[in-house]
Design a protein around this ligand. Structure first.
Ligand code: GLU
Length: 493
């Protein structure tokens, strides 16, 4: 039997969970779920100056919101610093590493000379070949030292087959004897990360493409330790439409996961969207249930080309990637109503317009109304912005709709009160009844039915577009429609 797959998401907690990080987490999680493997959350918090509690909390909340559940952890890299140091000492003892007593000044001087001569900037290995007596002497003198890994000095290369990028190699001669522990005893990240992966039994390192640069060094560390070398799968970068790397500094909150929670995304819709950033099936399928996504996912399906996160935050029509919006809209439109219900309730509650009757005596009405209006919505917040009029008498009125559908037709000043009266008097307040009344009134007034319809829609919902007017009138209800039509004369004042 093959060994169980063990993967990890290893964020550095120096900011919020962002698009790129979440996507890496999702790919790890999918791979674990697909293979019946284990998914570990490991927080790489050894950069004490930049790591914050708040960021750790934010990352975990973000993953929880997305429904990305881990099987073990969170582990914290900082708890294992002693082990990282011990490992370096072990490498010293086994002859895979050596103490380097070169001072910063000496190294700087050599670097400058090499720059002037245009020769290699690599460490020249001065301390690699110190005799045991020389080492003992320097130690006795209390000289500080770093620990460097001995890179093989024979012809050859570190080679690995990245599961996404294919064969990669780096010649030994192009890798200097790199430092694994600083002179103050602090292990370097490249060591800590490899030691943690080895200890946790990670079989597949699935991480961002920027990890490729560290991989040859990490493979040398595994080899020096005699530990099995994991498989590597690096994920393409996520770029903005101008091909700049996605970052908080450049793009602000729109790249943060919490932004999508606040802006009315359904967590699964967002996972679905993120999974498509750099991965696809041969038939370019767009919508996946959780089971389908787990089933379809493969590391082979990850593309090498950079993924584009098509943020259009400066376009008034889109405040983010249009594909993210359209996938979210799909789920809002098609989710079983009972599954959508709690999300809509949360929106209404946040706005203080939730009525407990919506889940008791008026639940039937509530679900029908949600079903009616969701067809055009892109985000959950639409239920309390453009859809607010269905749940509250205090709703916004779109200025452009008002100009186009109401103010342009001064006749409505008289027609609204008349329609209000007729609505109130209507015995047969049904789809047919309201339509009949409206068409008869239009004829009588010798005005196009469309003028009355558009005017009424704007008066009773505040919007220019929406479901069919007679469905709208029914959903809003006879009494409220009549009241709103009566009050609509105020627009002419
Ligand atoms: N802490 C690293 C990062 O956030 C992860 C590197 C890795 O996964 O090996 O980029």
């Amino acid at each position: 039997m093959d060994k169980q797959v063990v993967v990890r998401f290893a964020p550095s907690p120096t900011g919020y969970l962002h698009i790129g990080g979440a996507r890496t987490a999702i790919f790890n999680w999918l791979y674990a779920r697909k293979t019946g493997g284990k998914f570990i959350l490991r927080i790489e918090d050894t950069d004490a100056e930049r790591s914050t509690e708040e960021s750790i909390k934010g990352i975990m909340e973000g993953l929880e919101w997305l429904g990305i559940t881990w099987d073990e952890g969170p582990y914290f890299q900082s708890q294992f610093i002693d082990e990282h140091r011990e490992t370096a000492l072990k490498l010293l003892r086994s002859g895979h590493a050596y103490k380097c007593f070169c001072t910063r000044e000496e190294l700087e001087k050599k670097r400058k000379e090499a720059l002037a001569k245009k020769s290699s900037l690599q460490y020249d290995g001065t301390c690699r070949n110190l005799s045991p007596e020389e080492i003992a002497g320097k130690e006795a003198a209390g000289l500080p030292y770093t620990i460097r890994l001995k890179v093989p000095r024979v012809p050859g290369a570190v080679r690995f087959k990245d599961l996404v990028y294919g064969a990669i190699e780096k010649k030994y001669e192009d890798i200097e004897d790199f430092v694994i522990v600083r002179s103050n005893g602090q292990p370097l990240y490249v060591l800590s990360n490899a030691v943690d992966d080895a200890r946790d039994g990670i079989t597949h390192v699935i991480r961002g493409q920027d990890g490729i640069a560290n991989t040859p060094k990490q493979i040398l560390i595994y080899q020096a330790l005699g530990a099995p070398v994991p498989e590597f799968a690096h994920m393409p970068l996520t770029l903005d439409p101008k091909k700049a790397k996605i970052s908080k500094r450049r793009h602000g909150e729109v790249v943060a996961i919490h932004f999508y929670r606040e802006h009315g995304f359904l967590p699964w819709a967002f996972v679905n969207f993120l999974a498509l950033l750099g991965w696809s099936t041969p038939d370019s399928k767009q919508i996946f249930s959780k089971e389908e996504l787990i089933e379809a996912f493969s590391l082979e399906g990850v593309k090498r080309s950079n993924a584009v996160f098509d943020i259009r935050k400066d376009d008034p029509k889109f405040f983010t990637d249009p594909k993210a919006l359209s996938i979210n809209a799909h789920y809002i439109r098609t989710l079983p109503l009972e599954e959508l219900e709690p999300y809509v309730r949360e929106q209404l509650q946040k706005e203080g317009i939730w009525d407990p009757e919506f889940e008791t005596s008026r639940r039937g009405w509530f679900l029908r109304t949600v079903d009616l209006i969701r067809q055009r919505f892109h985000v959950l917040t639409d239920f309390v912005t453009v859809g607010r009029a269905y749940f509250s008498d205090d709703y916004p009125v779109d200025e452009r709709a008002l100009k186009k559908n109401v103010l342009k037709h001064p006749g409505l000043r008289e027609w609204f009160p008349l329609l209000a009266k007729r609505v109130r008097a209507l015995e047969n307040y049904t789809l047919e009844g309201t339509e009949e009344m409206l068409r008869a009134t239009a004829e009588e007034l010798a005005v196009k039915a469309g003028v009355l319809i558009n005017g009424m829609r704007t008066a009773v919902t505040g919007q220019a577009v929406g479901p069919g007017i007679f469905d709208v009138l029914l959903a809003i209800g006879q009494e409220r429609v009549a009241n709103r039509l009566e009050k609509a004369v105020k627009y002419f004042e």
